[in-house]
Design a protein around this ligand. Structure first.
Ligand code: TYD
Ligand code: MG
Length: 450
């Protein structure tokens, strides 16, 4: 079973069937290197080694994992799936300047307070700078050990000597291994550093958290090389102009993905937001045309957000569709359904859609709220101020029930909403005091509401 060599671009990580002078994927010259095949079947050397299998059930008896540690920051613990798992590897990605270092320094202090030994390795700032930041955050006396280091070998030596229970590496792009011939931040360096650190975590029982900057197109440097290596991937996101920050789990081997934690950036670091709905709706103009409150669910938690639409005659032949916080192709689909099934055209009209507060909504349950916002903006007619809307729209124009109806309605009621529009056949009981209007298709909705 002969396995051919692979040719990998040392700049972007793309693999090619044969060598060439220029990488087709990233356009860089002279970056393609020959990589030895990882495995060409079991070699004689590996046979008779330490490999051994054990019964799944025996695991508990033999090496029951120590329990998770909670930091006490509920927003973080929930996103981790209920606390930090020992020996786990976590990646925290986000735009530069969004607040990753702030979040992790605060988390380091909290975990240290909860009894873990914590080392915070900064490759971007000197120890004195990290300490200054900690003092500004009121964490000057936290029992966190600091290291300012970028050489991977030195970091591994430090970690091996200190054997911390949690090591935070800020950031993976600044780390470099001296046995890899590429600049720090290049894919081969990032991949090699992440691999070494993750295998250290598994071997030595240290949990590692890697910080990664994302590039413009939303990828953690390199074609998601690190994401595959770690157990948990969290993204820290938010609009730079807004004070809200969302920590979102996109992959989690130890808990549900799609869970979010909400924080607010203040002058003294990140504050947890226990009731995000109240915050997202705090400066809402009631009875504004085009504004509709959507009762959404993020992970296990209901979150109310406002969708805002603006529809105006287009000055250009090619009408604009601009979306912030929601999927552009989903908007196109809803516009098409409104036109084809309800006879409401949007041709010649510019459409702008925005989710207030900087949250990114990905649930199809928001379809009906988007349709309502578009119609409300087009007709210049506001919906009742105390109404929430949710439901999925199918291409036929039918409304489909969504999960967690009861949860959504309870949250709405808690925040003072007393009317809800949702699809028929939605499961779950309806809280007392909420007037619900259930419908089968979008055309009925248009007729009843507008
Ligand atoms: P930082 O954690 O350095 O971002 P990252 O590590 O993701 O690059 O955060 C940088 C921003 O956070 C910076 O613009 C200032 C702001 N900030 C505050 O508003 N309050 C604070 O207490 C701190 C420490 C930072
Ligand atoms: Mg930073």
């Amino acid at each position: 079973m002969a396995k051919t060599k692979s040719f990998t671009c040392s700049s972007c990580g793309a693999t090619h069937p044969r060598w060439s002078g220029r990488c087709d994927a990233c356009g860089a010259w002279n970056t393609i290197i020959v990589e030895a095949p990882l495995s060409a079947g079991p070699s004689k050397k590996t046979l008779g080694g330490k490999g051994r299998s054990i019964e799944l059930l025996d695991l508990a008896a033999e090496e029951a994992p120590p329990p998770r540690t909670c930091s006490g920051m509920d927003e973080l613990d929930r996103v981790l799936g209920g606390g930090l798992v020992p020996s786990s590897a976590t990646l925290v990605g986000g735009d530069p300047g969004i607040g990753k270092s702030t979040l992790l320094l605060q988390a380091a202090a909290k975990f240290a307070g909860a009894g873990l030994s914590v080392v915070y390795v900064s490759g971007e700032e000197a120890s004195a700078q990290v300490r200054m930041r900690a003092q500004r955050l009121g964490l000057g006396d936290a029992k966190v050990r600091l290291a300012a280091e970028t050489n991977l070998r030195d970091i591994l030596t430090t970690l091996d000597r200190e054997r911390p229970q949690l090591a935070i590496i800020d950031s993976i792009q600044t780390m470099w291994a001296d046995n890899v011939e590429a600049a720090p931040g290049s894919v081969s360096q990032v991949r090699s550093a992440a691999h070494e650190l993750v295998s250290f975590a598994k071997r030595r029982g240290t949990s590692v958290v890697l910080v990664g900057h994302v590039t413009k197109d939303g990828q953690i440097a390199g074609p998601r090389v690190v994401e595959h290596m770690v157990d948990t991937v969290l993204y820290f996101e938010g609009e730079r102009g807004h004070q809200f920050r969302i920590l979102r789990a996109v992959k989690n081997r130890f808990g549900p993905a799609d869970e979010i934690g909400v924080f607010e950036m203040t002058g003294r670091g990140l504050a947890e937001v226990a009731n995000p709905s109240a915050l997202f709706l705090s400066d809402r103009e009631t009875r504004a045309p085009g504004a509709v409150v959507f009762a959404g669910v993020e992970g296990t938690r209901p979150v109310l957000v406002e969708f805002q639409a603006l529809v105006a005659p287009s000055p250009t032949p090619q009408a604009r569709r601009t979306v912030v916080g929601w999927d552009g192709s989903r908007l196109a689909m809803i516009l098409a359904v409104l036109e084809a099934r309800c006879g409401i055209p949007f041709a010649g009209l510019d459409v702008y859609l925005n989710v207030a507060g900087g949250l990114r909504v990905s649930e199809p349950a928001a379809d009906l709220a988007v349709a309502a916002a578009l119609l409300s903006a087009r007709e210049d007619a506001a919906l009742p101020a105390d109404m929430v809307v949710f439901g999925e729209i199918s291409l036929s124009g039918a409304l489909r029930p969504v999960s967690q109806t009861e949860n959504r309605l309870k949250e709405a009621q808690k925040l003072g909403f007393s009317q809800a529009t949702l699809p028929e056949r939605s499961a779950g009981s309806i809280p007392k005091g909420v007037m619900v209007c259930q419908m089968n298709d979008l055309a009925t909705f248009v007729g009843e509401i507008f």
